[in-house]
Each structure stands twice: as C-alpha cells, then as structure tokens.
Design a binder for this molecule. Structure first.
Ligand SMILES: C[S@@+](CC[C@H](N)C(=O)[O-])C[C@H]1O[C@@H](n2cnc3c(N)ncnc32)[C@H](O)[C@@H]1O
Length: 295
C-alpha cells in the first residue's frame, strides 16, 4: 500500500491459514512503512500476496522470512521484479472504469463526461498515491461514509492516511465543510492537495504530512466527530489510543485496510478505548468497520 513502489515481490499460497500467518508477519515487520503488503483471495481459493518496496529488498532474507512464516509451499512461487511506478499507476488507471459507491462515483479524467449525473463525482488523477476507489478498502470506506451521511452531518472530519485524498474529497463534497487530511508520505500529501483542487474542494480540504497523530494540527483542529482511516491493521491498533483522545463524544470512526481475519483484534483495541462497532463490511477479503464513541 505504499504509494511509490519500484520493487515487487509476489507469491501464492494455497491455504487461508498460511496467508493469514504470512500477512500478519509481513505487516508486523514492515510497520515502519518501507514496504506495502497486499493480499487477495482468488476465486479458486488460492491467495496472491504482493509486496512493493521503495528500495530493493534483500531477496535471501525475504525468502527466509516468508518460507518461515508460510511454509515451503510458497518457495516455488516467490518471484521478484521491478515496476515503473508512474507508468504502472497510469496504465492501471486508464484501464479502470468508474466505481460507484453509494452516492459517490470515483472516476478518472477520461471518464469525466460518462458518469451518472446524479452521483457526487470524485475525479482522481493518475498519480503515485493509493486510492482510486477500486480497492475494496476504499470502496468500503465510501459505502460507510454514505451510510453515516444518511443520518448525520458531521462538522469536523479527519481523513488519516489520505493517499489520493479520495475520502477527504468525498466528505468535503458531501458536507461542504472543512476536512483535515493527513498522510505519512510526502508525494501523497502533494497529490491529495492537487486532487482537492481538481475536484473544486481545495478550499475545504487541508492536507498535512504527519505520522499518526504526531502533529499539533490534530489537537488544534479536533476534536473530530468523524474520522476515516484506511491504513493497515497494525498501525490502526497502535492508533486506537491517540485517536480516542481526538474524538468528540458520539463521534463515528470508519476504519479500513484490515484483512477480515484481523478485524476482531482491531475491534478489541478500539472497544477498550470506548468505541463500539456498528457495522462491518466485507469486500474481497478486506473489512471496513464503522464504530461509535460512547459517551
Ligand atoms: C491504503 S492507503 C488509503 C488511501 C485512501 N485513504 C483510500 O481510502 O483509498 C493508506 C495511506 O495511509 C498512509 N499511511 C500509512 N500509515 C500511516 C500513518 N501511520 N500515518 C499517516 N498515514 C499513514 C499511506 O501513505 C497511504 O497513503
């Protein structure tokens, strides 16, 4: 899930239990954000796991790590290559069709005139950041945001881990209110700000660079009554405490980026900080959660 991958390692796994084990190990090892881990279940029940690295990984070390956590079965399928990040993202965006999600539709510039007029359009320009709407986690967040907006108008919104800015732009377009967006990754900060302007909500979406809640802007802008955070399970668990401190009573939180088997641990971490789960969407092996702060 890193925005500017150039080196790739991929392998397949036959059992869900082994896939769970190896994804847990890899997301733990790469918590610092120097690699992005993605896992997809194929229709035949096999799992494809892909890692993207900004710097070339030590192949022998990585092979040992995945074989130790997933077993010898993956050894023959493990392959390393490099991808031209910009061309790869551009090419994949050009192939993509608009993605409807509730009242929203996410599309590229080539589809500007072809999307349904009754939807809130979010145009995402080809860029080195995550979040075109096609991934199950982004779609899950948009669907839960749509659900929240049916019964309330949050007044203070945070999109933590904004990537292309897709969720912040969706919230700003629907609410016509200021949204704070943050990302650990400088290119994503630039891309999200550009996409905010492209979608004519640049005056509402303020994008900052921050790791988790480590910036004074959060205390100044908070407490938030809606937080969207589509990052991995491990960072989400670590962020439970600081997030709870930045929430208004009754605030809603939308979490995504976790594989479905990781949801119970994430729910437990947030429940311990006074957040109760309201909804659980499962899309393509990924979970998106809606929680509410009690009191
Ligand atoms: C899966 S992408 C989500 C992008 C977009 N919000 C979406 O829903 O499609 C996760 C984003 O979170 C950022 N990120 C990861 N860990 C973070 C952290 N601890 N603090 C802030 N941003 C983080 C990554 O750089 C990446 O842009």
């Amino acid at each position: 899930m890193q925005p500017s991958p150039t080196h790739r390692a991929s392998f397949s796994i036959g059992s869900e239990a082994a896939a769970r084990r190896v994804v847990d190990v890899l997301t733990e090892v790469f918590f610092e954000g120097d690699a992005a881990v993605a896992a997809f279940e194929r229709p035949d029940g096999q799992w494809d796991v892909t890692l993207h690295f900004a710097d070339a990984p030590d192949q022998a070390w990585l092979r040992e790590l995945v074989v130790n956590s997933a077993g010898n079965e993956i050894a023959d399928t493990l392959a390393f290559d490099t991808v031209e990040a910009k061309d790869w993202v551009k090419a994949s965006l050009e192939d993509l069709v608009p993605v409807p999600a509730g009242r929203f539709v996410v599309h590229g510039s080539h589809d500007r005139d072809r999307v349904a007029p009754n939807k809130l359009k979010i145009e995402i320009e080809a860029a080195l950041a995550f979040g075109t709407g096609h991934h199950g986690t982004t779609r899950g967040c948009l669907l839960l945001l749509d659900h929240v907006l049916k019964s309330s108008r949050p007044s203070n919104v945070l999109d933590l881990g904004t990537g292309t800015g897709v969720l912040a732009i969706a919230a700003a377009k629907a609410l016509h209110r200021a949204v704070l967006a943050s990302d650990i990754d400088p290119p994503s900060v630039r891309v999200a700000a550009e996409n905010g302007r492209l979608n004519e909500v640049g005056h509402h979406v303020r994008v900052i660079r921050a790791t988790g809640f480590a910036a004074p802007d959060f205390a100044r802008a908070g407490p938030f009554d809606l937080v969207l955070a589509n990052i991995l399970a491990n960072p989400l668990r670590h962020l439970a405490s600081p997030m709870a401190r930045h929430l208004a009573p009754g605030a809603r939180v939308i979490l995504s980026g976790l594989l479905t088997h990781q949801a119970p641990a994430v729910i437990a971490a947030y429940r311990a900080r006074g957040l109760v789960p309201l909804r659980h969407l499962r899309i393509e092996g990924w979970s998106s959660l809606l929680l509410r702060k009690v009191g």
